[in-house]
Design a protein around this ligand. Structure first.
Ligand code: 13P
Length: 254
């Protein structure tokens, strides 16, 4: 059975103390309220990684992740953070290829393939993001776009490497817009992604891959989205900054 995961992506929010306070609330709620086998993940800014990892140590069912890492292990790359550094904080996950990284920082599939490999080499689990823009949705090229993102981004990995990858389908037009994909639209893409995995690897690998939905996910729409057969959880932006909302989304899997 594949793992159910609800990951929060704090993006560039929360100063150090705010982040500590928010995570303390989340960790307490996870302790008290999570009764299922699901995993909660908090993907925070780099400055919080070590402290939150310390706080997460006593709490089963919550893990910490970064939102990016550099593709090289070390070197003269001023201002950058490697996967090895992220791992050394106690974090277990890293988001790779978020659409904001693709859009604002020019990260393309080739670079993201290197980052995914770097994360895996440091024993971090990549949460690898894919998804089409509004234009690509409207001109009906979205299946091709997603196929290419998968092929160039992660399908170069070996089967055992890919087994560590979590995929996140985030339609760019649904991110931060309040306009979520309908459960049917999301399920259609998730089934397509799973089928692509089966074709590239095999059915077993496809059945075991956790595929998250992201984009204006909230406590109201999460139950219907997560009830879809190929949606295994969510990658949550805005709603992950409110402990009550985030926990209510995680609790859909109780
Ligand atoms: P929102 O939930 O704010 O739409 O953001 C989604 C997202 O980008 C998560 O990575």
């Amino acid at each position: 059975m594949r793992k159910k995961i609800v990951a929060g992506n704090w993006k560039m929010n929360m100063d150090y103390n705010e982040g500590l306070a928010l995570f303390s609330e989340i960790a307490n709620m996870v302790k008290d309220e999570i009764t299922g086998q699901q995993q909660a993940v908090v993907c925070c800014p780099f400055i919080h990684l070590y402290s939150l990892s310390q706080l997460a140590k006593g709490v089963d069912k919550v893990a910490i992740g970064a939102q990016n890492c550099h593709q090289k292990e070390s070197g003269a790359y001023t201002g950058e953070i490697s996967a090895k550094m992220v791992k050394s904080t106690g974090a277990a996950y890293v988001i790779i290829g978020h659409s904001e990284r693709r859009q604002y920082f020019g990260e393309d599939n080739q670079l993201l393939a290197e980052k995914a490999e770097a994360a895996l080499n440091s024993s971090l689990k990549p949460i690898f993001c894919i998804g089409e823009t509004l234009e690509e949705r409207e001109n009906d090229s979205y299946f091709d776009v997603i196929r290419t993102q998968l092929k160039e981004g992660v399908f170069g990995l070996t089967e055992s490497q890919f087994a560590q990858v979590i995929l996140a389908y985030e339609p760019v037009w649904a991110i931060g817009t309040g306009k979520t994909a309908s459960a049917e639209q999301a399920q259609e893409i998730h089934a397509f992604i799973r089928n692509e995995i089966a074709e590239n690897y095999n059915q077993q690998v496809a059945d075991d891959t956790t595929i998250l939905y992201g984009g204006s996910c909230n406590p109201k729409n999460a139950p219907e989205l997560f009830a879809q057969p190929d949606i295994d959880g969510g990658l949550i932006g805005g709603a992950s900054l409110k402990s009550r909302d985030f926990l209510d989304i995680v609790k859909v899997f109780n």
